[in-house]
Design a protein around this ligand. Structure first.
Ligand code: BTN
Length: 266
């Protein structure tokens, strides 16, 4: 079987085997996050709702970044209702981390000898290369708020087809294992694990942060992050209960960072 031949989604099965109430499937989309934002007013009525595509042509990344993908990758956005999820506003910044934990669990179970790691604040890595990126966005319609969790996982696509700088920095399940995977089954597992990790967040279950710290790529590394115009560097001492990255700087003080872009780690 060709590695990209399992790209057709079983939408009925996805609805049956997850808590997702509506699947908005398009063979091709520019960005599932952009479509979820555009349709948020309608999708809030049927949330949790999934925007899914077989091929994303202009995926959005964090900041000004783009997300490269081809057929065989899993690219989707889950729209949840901010109010009915029961997630306090101050916890919402941690959704990407919770989603990273969910994806990590699922990928790790498929990987055999390799280990999937969470890279604060919103990536999953295997073999020091990025395999999944997460972009969480919020939008409001009248009094309602929609949380859009956009997830891109390199599955049956190969990074051999990617532009140079991405090829060096990223990987896929196919590239790591040489096997191809059922995208519907993978999506179902991620959606259910995401449900579990978000409920841990809602209930402030300490096990969520404990698990994130167990699989934190940056811990014990010397990390440099940028936060707007500021640069912070230090040895990473993990992630605290609010999802902040803890860095011990040169003078021995620990600084807490709720957000930022990791520039390097070694
Ligand atoms: C990042 O690493 O900067 C985040 C990448 C997020 C990519 C996913 S793919 C599905 C969803 N739709 C988008 O346009 N982006 C996210």
């Amino acid at each position: 079987m060709n590695r990209n031949s399992r790209q057709v989604f079983d939408v009925g099965r996805i609805r049956q085997e997850t808590g997702i109430r509506h699947v908005e499937y398009h063979a091709q989309l520019a960005s599932t996050n952009a479509t979820a934002v555009e349709l948020a007013g309608l999708l809030l009525d049927v949330a949790p709702a999934l925007v899914l595509t077989g091929r994303q042509t202009a995926g959005r990344g964090r900041g000004a970044n783009a997300w490269w993908s081809t057929t065989g990758a899993l690219t989707f956005s889950l729209l949840i209702d901010g109010e009915s999820t029961g997630l306090p506003r101050e916890q919402r910044g941690m959704i990407s981390l919770a989603a990273g934990a969910a994806v990590r669990d699922v990928l790790d179970a498929l990987l055999g000898t390799c280990t999937a790691m969470i890279k604060w604040p919103n990536d999953v890595y295997v073999d020091q290369r990025k395999i999944c990126g997460i972009l969480t966005e919020q939008t409001t319609r009248q009094t309602r708020s929609a949380i859009i969790i956009g997830i891109g996982i390199n599955v049956n696509n190969s990074l051999a087809d990617a532009p140079g700088e991405i090829r060096e920095a990223a990987t896929s399940l196919f590239d790591v294992t040489g096997a191809s995977f059922d995208l519907s089954a993978l999506l179902i597992d991620v959606a259910n694990q995401l449900d579990y990790r978000i409920s841990q967040l809602v209930h402030r279950d300490a096990a969520l942060i404990r698990d994130i710290n167990s699989w934190s790529l940056l811990s014990d590394r010397f990390v440099t992050i940028s936060a707007g115009p500021e640069i912070h560097a230090g040895r990473c001492e993990g992630i605290d209960g609010d999802g902040c990255l803890l860095l011990r700087n040169a003078s021995g003080a620990v600084t807490k960072h709720l957000s930022g872009i990791v520039q390097q780690w070694k």
